[in-house]
Write a protein of this length. Sequence first.
Length: 115
Amino acid sequence: MMNMALPVLHDDLTDDELDRIADKATQASAFLKAISHEGRLMILCHLVTGEKSVTELEDLLSARQAAVSQQLSRLRLEGLVVPRREGKAIYYRLADERPKKMLECVYELFCKDDG
């Protein structure tokens, strides 16, 4: 498991520091809400290994195109995935390392000892 020091909130924080912390909490909350759906979480798990088309994700998830597209739309809205069009096909990839880092934590907490 990752060993990192978590910040401690002190009584002597300035209003600006408290506002910055509140803004970060809002961002973290939106991120966690975006991945708190099983379908979205599974999409992110598949995208960790690289870019996938919507059709590939449908097959991997055994889900209808409408359901996959709806979840991808939410992930795109939250800035977690990036689309790319190639002809009629749309491909998605992770937008940055945040989802991968979170999935590593989720794996460590919930999946690692399954065997």
